[in-house]
Design a protein. Structure first.
Length: 147
């Protein structure tokens, strides 16, 4: 099953990255892409966070499976924010402060990697710390750049 999850994560990354790498036909396509990417990240991080907070029973495999998806999606955060795709829920500051935005996205990506490592280790205390750190990086970016 782990092999199948890695295949799924790879296909998901390719499906997400290929359209972004080829750019988007219209600005609305980029906005739809980044909204969908954020919804997916929120859903899968939320599942892990529910375990970390005790709202649902901890299941190391489920946590690792969901953290894997968060990690893959974390590497795609900036791909829907190219010039000309202003709008949606994104503040104009993203395009004025690209370096700062990219830095925050890289921090979130790094934390999602730590989340994956903690989930794979099956240690609930480490997972709690990683969820808080990952969520904190998401919040910092949203506070600065989301309407």
């Amino acid at each position: 099953m782990t092999f199948q999850l890695h295949i799924l994560a790879g296909l998901l990354a390719a499906a997400v990255a290929i359209p972004a790498a080829a750019q988007f036909a219209r600005p609305d396509d980029a906005i739809k892409y980044r909204k969908a990417q954020m919804v997916l990240k929120q859903a899968h991080l939320g599942r892990v966070a529910a375990m970390a907070s005790g709202r649902v029973p901890f299941d190391a495999k489920v946590a690792a499976d969901n953290a894997e998806i968060v990690s893959v999606l974390g590497r795609t955060t900036t791909q829907g924010f190219m010039a000309g795709s202003e709008g949606g829920n994104a503040k104009a500051e993203i395009w004025k402060e690209t370096a700062k935005f990219n830095e925050l996205a890289e921090k979130a990506d790094a934390e999602s990697g730590k989340l994956l490592a903690a989930a794979k280790a099956g240690n609930l205390d480490a997972l709690k710390t990683a969820v808080a750190a990952t969520g904190g990086t998401c919040k910092a970016c949203h506070d600065a750049y989301r309407n």
